[in-house]
Design a protein around this ligand. Structure first.
Ligand code: BEZ
Length: 261
């Protein structure tokens, strides 16, 4: 994932310490259930682990991500797969030449980085064939709420400007309505809690904030950031840290939607 204005992506750290992102994503590949020969676009493919899994199942898959570093790592790891560096808000059929239209668009843990969901859905409807499916998982309403609240309280206590709405974490109703407004029929949608254990022991929360949390820090100056992180750890330790492991309150929204003919 993806929008380079959103976060600075370190693809090695992403693979080493945050592998849960694509490990949990295997369930979303199972929901996609790609058939051999199907044309699939993996939107926000990151380092390409799930793109490769879709390819192993026999589909003809293209991975797309906006981060140059993620795409470079994906190409090195999977030279046989076609990876495209592009902004999901601005792709169309011409971006993919003869490889499109696609039978399915797949996305794991990427859509919540993109504020302009209408632009993404315009792009998805353009590259998908009529009757094709959009299968995805993103953060859902309330996702990582304890972290957002603790950081907001700390930023408030230090009288910095708060961040604006950091991510797109919709309810089922909000997202289903947006999909319907773009011509999709929603066949399946579910919001569920998925408490997620972080790697890196006592450093897990700090490493997570370093990897994913840029948008949460508002106007905190760089030289106060470590101190803010330490204070947030203190605020959250009783609730989220146990036996050497941080477990954070992920909530996922998973859906299958079919583009009406
Ligand atoms: C998520 O995958 O749920 C997530 C990613 C980045 C920031 C917050 C949540």
């Amino acid at each position: 994932m993806t929008d380079e204005t959103a976060n600075n992506w370190d693809s090695a750290a992403y693979d080493d310490s945050h592998s849960f992102v694509y490990e949990y994503g295997s369930n979303v590949v199972a929901l996609l259930d790609p058939a051999p020969g199907e044309r699939v676009l993996d939107l926000g493919c990151g380092t390409g682990h799930l793109t490769a899994r879709i390819e192993e199942m026999g589909a003809d898959v293209v991975g797309l991500d906006q981060s140059a570093e993620m795409i470079e790592t994906a190409r090195e790891a999977h030279p046989e797969i076609n990876f495209v560096r592009a902004d999901a808000r601005h792709v169309d059929l011409a971006t993919f030449g003869e490889r499109a239209p696609f039978d399915a668009v797949f996305s794991n843990a990427a859509l919540h980085w993109i504020d302009e969901q209408d632009a993404v859905l315009d792009a998805v409807t353009d590259v998908l064939r009529p009757g094709g499916r959009f299968v995805a998982e993103l953060g859902g309403s309330g996702n990582v709420g304890t972290i957002v609240n603790a950081l907001s309280a700390e930023i408030d206590a230090r009288e910095y400007d708060p961040p604006s709405e950091p991510w797109y974490f919709p309810t089922v109703g909000e997202h289903a309505s947006t999909l319907e407004a773009h011509g999709f029929e929603v066949r399946y949608a579910r919001l569920f809690d998925r408490p997620t254990e972080l790697d890196d022991g006592a450093n897990g929360l700090a490493a997570w904030l370093e990897m994913f949390g840029d948008r949460l820090f508002g106007s905190v100056p760089d030289d106060d950031r470590d101190s803010v992180v330490a204070a947030v750890e203190d605020r959250l330790r009783d609730d989220l840290y146990d036996d050497g492991t941080w477990t954070i309150d992920y909530r996922r929204l998973r859906f299958v939607a079919v583009l009406t003919e």
